[in-house]
Write a protein that binds this ligand. Structure first.
Ligand code: DC
Length: 225
């Protein structure tokens, strides 16, 4: 199975690392969080809140349809034929995504789309998320669990938004991230945790480039040729 699983908490740099590792290896990149976000976008725009149930959301996903489309070397979410990569990053989607991602039928649907994408890709796919090594691809030959301290993740998140955060802002954002980590690690379904055979990579003191190189080096060892 030509898949690399990269899991870890919010703002640990999973998606950026996964995208750059994929580019370096000539593989494709799939951000599983983007699929949860696309499902959330469709649900909040097209269903009334009492209808945010597994069966209604799955019916909607089929009817629209909601798909993963390979553009260049990136799998992008499409809703009713429209690329939603930008819209899914909006605050209104972020505000509701954990609730939608906690619905078991939604998780099964998302997992099936990921397995199809990997089965169809002839070269290999780097997939990032929270449960890729534990639930979606438990047989992936290479699994990475990427971490960094909450303070460092807060700094990266705020800097990414174009801010130059002071110590107080970093501390507040760090606390918000820790609260999300607690919710993700203690949820009953697909909690965030490293697979027993995952390589733990603490990126607190690594640059993005170093992080990418570490994963790419491990990949070259696991997938020779
Ligand atoms: O990585 P992200 O912030 O784009 O993820 C969006 C949400 O989806 C987040 O609340 C966690 C959830 N998610 C998940 O439960 N399982 C995954 N494999 C990926 C994301």
């Amino acid at each position: 199975m030509r898949v690399i699983a990269i899991d870890g908490p919010s703002a640990s740099g999973k998606s950026s690392t996964a995208a750059l590792v994929a580019r370096r290896l000539g593989w494709a990149h799939l951000d599983s969080g983007a699929l949860y976000r696309a499902v959330t976008l469709a649900a909040i725009d097209r269903l009334a809140e009492p209808d945010w149930t597994g069966s209604r959301i799955l019916a909607l996903a089929q009817q629209l349809p909601m798909r993963l489309v390979l553009v260049g070397e990136t799998f992008r979410p499409e809703v009713a034929g429209v690329d939603v990569e930008r819209e899914i990053r909006s605050d209104r989607v972020t505000a509701h995504v954990s609730r939608i991602a906690a619905i078991p039928e939604v998780r099964e649907w998302v997992n099936a789309r990921q397995r199809e994408a990997v089965a169809r890709h002839p070269v290999g796919v780097v997939v990032d998320g929270r449960d890729i090594g534990t639930v979606v691809f438990p047989n992936a030959p290479l699994k990475i669990f990427l971490t960094a301290t909450p303070e460092e993740r807060a700094r990266r998140r705020l800097t990414q938004r174009g801010q130059s955060p002071d110590a107080g802002q970093r501390a507040r954002e760090g606390q918000a991230l820790e609260a999300r980590d607690r919710a993700d690690t203690t949820r009953p379904i697909a909690p965030l945790r490293p697979a027993p055979d995952a390589v733990l990579l603490d990126s607190t003191r690594l640059s993005l480039d170093e992080q990418v190189e570490r994963v790419a080096a491990l990949a070259r060892g696991r997938f020779p040729g």
